[in-house]
Design a protein around this ligand. Sequence first.
Ligand code: PA5
Length: 439
Amino acid sequence: MININTEHLRQFVSDAELQQMSGEVLAAKSVLLSGNGKGNDFLGWVNLPEELDPAIVTSIKNDVARLAPKIKLFVVIGIGGSYLGARAVIEALQSEFAAVMPSSHPYVVYAGHTLSEDYYHQLLSLLDGNDYAVAVISKSGTTTEPAVAFRIVKAHLEAKYGKDEAAKRIIAITDARRGALHDIAVQERYPMYVIPDNVGGRFSVLTPVGLLPIAMAGYDIDALLQGARDMRQLCIANDNLTENPALFYAAIRNILYRKGKKVEMLVNFLPNLKYISEWWKQLYGESEGKEHKGILPHSLSFTTDLHSMGQYVQDGERLMFETFISVDKPAASVSIPSDEQNLDGINYLLGKSLNEINHNAELGTMIAHKGGGVPVLKIGVPKIDEYVLGQLIYFFEFACGISGYTLGVNPFDQPGVEAYKKNMFILLGKPGYEGKELV
Ligand code: PA5
């Protein structure tokens, strides 16, 4: 199980503060579980690991078996919650060099998360020379970025394979009844998966939104779901702050926020966790950043960013705390070769694994940042695999719900996302927006 270590935090948070906050997070937990809070029509994610229909998992596996042997690339079209969870899991598990390594599984590429013209030009060039299939994912079915990407990719796919074969290579994941994507999928007879009404985008990674791309990339979605199930059990059954990591994390965040720590930096020491941070940033930023409140979620990859942001963290304005994701064991080992001449002066490292060196960098950083006035919370993770990622996902989701309710906001809506869309539609002359004022 993942665990929480407070060794580098305790001087910033007293037992009395924790005691007082424990009442608040327990109250928030009971609001979440009773479904009496704001946004209670979006709580489907709470029981999802238990209640997901096994037939959906079987169908996903059948789609993988049907498509994977005939494709090199799987294009996942989606934005925000409709792509970040899948990307987080896939990039955590795959080789950093997967794009240029031989593989028996399709390589996942992404679209619909940008409007960059160059990006689509480059993507189409890639698709020209490779067999591929597509998942188009949008809960509303009306989001502009994935709609634009899908129109471009669909035209390419139909030109390459013909309309009938293209229709077999497109899988739509969307609302059961509404939206343009739903209507297109029904008309074109695309295989379809439904995003449940009561699961919001950023909480949807354990629905087909995340599960289909993850399975297509060759990863074990049963283990991912089992990890989430086990973490759910712990999060729901245990009211003891020191045993329930989600309660503890939510408590610490709110204590530090009230003491002026307005920025949380999620820190990893493994570059393949970058998209876990991106997913986490959306989860917390979109859930808590409202009513002019909320911790600003930020992320860093160490030791890389110690050579760019390390100075600020150590010595800049004291507005942040750090949450380290500390992974115990690497998937493989690499040793440092000996060199009699020792011109680079690193022979003192001989006999140590790179993982040991990395962990010493991590410990040294925690102590230094604590000394510089930055509270550091450590989330210990035994290793990176599907089971542990399932735990981590559910842990962060459950803690997010509690933390948002403790903050006093509705963690399950995102009204602020609409403002840019409205302006964009006015500027682009979308029908229905004529004469409207920019906001
Ligand atoms: O978490 C959310 O609700 C958002 O990030 C959405 O996932 C994102 O805006 C994409 O929306 P849709 O899936 O409707 O295209």
